[in-house]
Design a protein around this ligand. Structure first.
Ligand SMILES: Cc1cc2nc3c(=O)[nH]c(=O)nc-3n(C[C@H](O)[C@H](O)[C@H](O)COP(=O)(O)O)c2cc1C
Length: 342
């Protein structure tokens, strides 16, 4: 008996869910043709930063929404039975259980087909944007999606605030590289040549970051030089150059105190991302501004965020219009399946 279908067909699309550093940490173990166990592979996680672990759960939420979107496009509803325990990155068991998902056949609606197409079209755009403001109706639609998930979508097009937040994002990169654990972590995910990016089929490629690979490799292996006035200034200017035309930033705020919250936040983020995609808008998450505590503090202060109780501003991103960004590779669908018979 084979258990790989329909899982392999669904994963062929679902593996394109976005993940921080494109580390693709989610794994599925099909139980039969309807049920599968879902895991977070801790060896593919990013625990070095203080909010790296919550972001593991955010990524799980992003995946679950992606899975639902794909499954519905193929004619299946998805029931989830989730396990909301904390991730233990120090433990010997490297597969953290996220729970079980079960497929139920259902008719494919036109809306489900459209959403699957949006999912396939979505990419992160780190390209310069063209300075056009996203119309109010798109903002309203994203606001409604966030509200439905119990979160608030905020946006600003105030030039001073946008410039300030873009600088906080750039400074985060410099700050992260000063911390050895975070530096080591990012180095394992950088792909300097197109060939390496294609062969490994994961991680952050120089191409996706709009940098010549040799320059990125030199800059990353000489991080001390980033502190030097001339070279540091040149790297900063090059990075900020990719942010040309950014007129608008968005951020999401809401409950963010425990794994259930993080997963639901991730789900909401994915829905907002797809909604903006439906309006022809590209997005680039500034997740490291959240995971870096100093940057998060500076960001929260800049936007006077309400972080009372369990509430947090847990995602910041730029959004707008750009040329089509490069494709980020994915590992083959089979590498996402554990122990399936074929
Ligand atoms: C929760 C989350 C946080 C992210 N944070 C960042 C970030 O700080 N900087 C960045 O350049 N990309 C960030 N990304 C984008 C991922 O790097 C990107 O999704 C991944 O490389 C795959 O590329 P794709 O979105 O084009 O498919 C984030 C994505 C997610 C889901």
């Amino acid at each position: 008996m084979t258990h790989t279908e329909p899982w392999l067909r669904i994963i062929e699309d679902a593996r394109h869910y976005p993940s921080p550093h494109n580390s693709q940490p989610i794994k599925l173990r099909p139980v039969d043709s309807r049920a599968a166990e879902v895991y977070y592979d801790l060896d593919l996680g990013l625990p070095a930063e203080s909010f790296g672990i919550p972001f593991g759960h955010v990524c799980a939420g992003v995946f679950l929404e992606s899975l639902r979107t794909v499954a519905e496009g193929f004619g299946y509803g998805v029931a989830e039975s989730l396990d909301h325990s904390e991730m233990d990155f120090g433990g010997t068991d490297r597969l953290h259980s996220l729970g079980t998902v079960t497929l139920t056949p259902q008719p494919v609606t036109e809306q489900a087909q459209e959403r699957l197409q949006l999912f396939r079209a979505r990419r992160t755009s780190r390209r310069p944007y063209d300075a056009r403001l996203v119309p109010a109706e798109a903002i309203m639609a994203a606001t409604e999606v966030a509200n439905a998930g119990g979160h608030t979508f905020h946006t600003t097009s105030d030039r001073r605030t946008v410039r300030r937040l873009v600088h906080i994002n750039q400074a985060t990169l410099f700050s992260d590289l000063r911390k050895s654990a975070v530096y080591e972590e990012i180095m394992t995910w950088l792909r300097f040549s197109k060939e390496e990016a294609r062969n490994r089929a994961d991680g952050l490629s120089a191409e996706a970051m709009l940098m010549p690979g040799s320059l990125l490799r030199f800059a990353m292996t000489h991080r001390g030089l980033w502190e030097a006035p001339v070279i540091g200034g040149a790297i900063r200017a090059m990075y900020l150059n990719t942010m040309r035309g950014v007129r608008q930033l968005g951020w999401l705020e809401g409950p963010f105190g425990k794994p259930t919250d993080y997963v639901e936040a991730g789900r909401t983020f994915m829905k907002v991302w797809l909604e903006l995609t439906a309006h022809g808008v590209w997005l680039h998450p500034f997740g490291t501004v959240i995971t870096n505590p100093d940057s998060h503090r500076a960001f929260a202060r800049e936007v006077a965020a309400d972080e009372s109780g369990d509430r947090m501003t847990w995602m910041l991103f730029r959004f707008g219009y750009s040329k089509t960004p490069p494709l980020a590779h994915r590992r083959p669908a089979t590498s996402m399946l554990i122990g399936a018979t074929s």
